[in-house]
Design a protein around this ligand. Structure first.
Ligand SMILES: *[C@@H]1O[C@H](CO)[C@@H](O)[C@H](O)[C@H]1NC(C)=O
Length: 365
């Protein structure tokens, strides 16, 4: 730039800053200024380039004052004298997110940009919890280089894109990516997971054996509120450590359940398949799982009778949800709490004594 032009530019800036006198703007709420100060000071100065958004946060100026020529040129949006939006540029800022951010009580948008790829240079990191943080962008595939990772919790952000392949994370026992905007199908999962939580994303495809191959320690599977489809197959319920399964609010169309082999110590306690599009008869074999206490199959397209096995003596089932289906054959059951206007179940039910026996109580003599 020729010298004359740059001088002109500086003079223009001066005129601007004179015209931006405090009289045209009520000063930013002191609590918000304090929160912004705390926000900036929790970020390592070495990670803040001078020309970046955070680099222009100079508190000798009022953060909401306009026009913004040299100070607070980006990152902060105000309405009147309150901060309503923090949107950071992707500069790889390092540091912590101060809890004082909660003082920005009028904040509507908090966007911290993508998780930096450089995160992979922390080979000893065991726990990475960035939950409720407004990170956006993809989960960097380089996260698979964090070989010491035991817990990875990136839940409640705005992460997009596919799930990275994390099979190399052999120490990972807890993976929680719930409440993001992740899409695509399930890749092969890390082999030693205890807990897999991917609730409320946009994941699709079916549950394939290859994704869950070798997951002998998997106890909790929380995949509700996604777009998974196809059949939930018998091998799934036979994963050896499986205890709690929530597949509700997907678009599964069928479920197949086989009897657990005699030598399997299945620990399955709770299954929720409600709010899917599952057709066919209710899977009677769920009654063969000796620990199963809660079974929710509501709001599907099941038809036919309720399997007598669900209420057989010695069954562990204590909570059974079947509403919102096309079941028939409700007679000859133990349905005693139907509303009085219902024709379905008051007539021709089993005798109270039989039902009490079936549900573990002693019959009244
Ligand atoms: C902040 O701005 C003031 C004047 O606008 C300037 O004197 C000071 O050096 C700036 N501070 C930093 C850290 O840049």
């Amino acid at each position: 730039m020729p010298k004359s032009k740059s001088t002109f530019f500086i003079i223009l800036l001066l005129i601007y800053s004179i015209s931006a006198s405090p009289s045209v703007h009520s000063a930013t709420s002191p609590a918000d200024v304090a929160a912004l100060r705390a926000f900036k000071s929790a970020v390592k100065p070495a990670s803040v380039p001078p020309a970046s958004c955070l680099g222009t946060w100079n508190f000798s100026a009022d953060p909401c004052a306009v026009p913004r020529v040299t100070h607070f040129t980006c990152g902060v949006t105000c309405a009147e004298n309150r901060v309503v939006q923090l949107t950071l540029d992707s500069q790889g800022y390092a540091g912590t997110l101060t809890p004082l951010i909660s003082k920005l009580t009028q904040l509507i948008t908090l966007d911290l940009g993508p998780i930096p790829h450089s995160i992979s240079s922390l080979p000893n990191l065991k726990t990475l919890i960035l939950r409720v943080n407004s990170f956006s962008g993809i989960i960097p595939p380089s996260i698979a280089a964090l070989r010491s990772l035991v817990t990875l919790d990136l839940s409640r952000n705005s992460l997009t894109g596919a799930l990275p392949n994390l099979v190399s994370l052999t120490g990972l026992t807890r993976l929680d990516l719930s409440y993001n905007k992740l899409s695509g199908s399930l890749p092969q999962l890390p082999p030693n997971l205890n807990e897999l939580a991917l609730k409320a994303n946009s994941l699709s495809g079916s549950l394939t054996k290859s994704s869950f191959n070798g997951l002998t320690r998997l106890m909790v599977v929380e995949l509700s509120e996604n777009s998974f489809t196809g059949t939930v197959e018998p091998w799934f319920f036979l994963l050896p450590s499986l205890q709690q399964v929530d597949l509700a609010k997907n678009t599964f169309t069928s479920v197949a359940v086989s009897k657990p082999p005699a030598n399997s110590n299945t620990e399955l306690v709770a299954v929720d398949l409600s709010y899917n599009q599952i057709e066919g008869f209710l899977p009677a074999n769920f009654a063969e799982y000796p620990m199963l206490r809660s079974l929710a199959l509501s709001y599907n397209r099941f038809r036919g009778p309720i399997p007598w096995q669900y209420s057989k003596k010695g069954s562990s089932l204590r909570r059974l949800y079947l509403d919102g289906n096309y079941l028939n054959g409700m007679g000859d059951n133990c349905l005693r709490s139907c509303p009085s206007y219902s024709e379905l179940c008051l007539k021709s039910q089993k005798a109270a004594s039989i039902c009490q026996q079936a549900y573990g109580g002693k019959p009244k003599s």
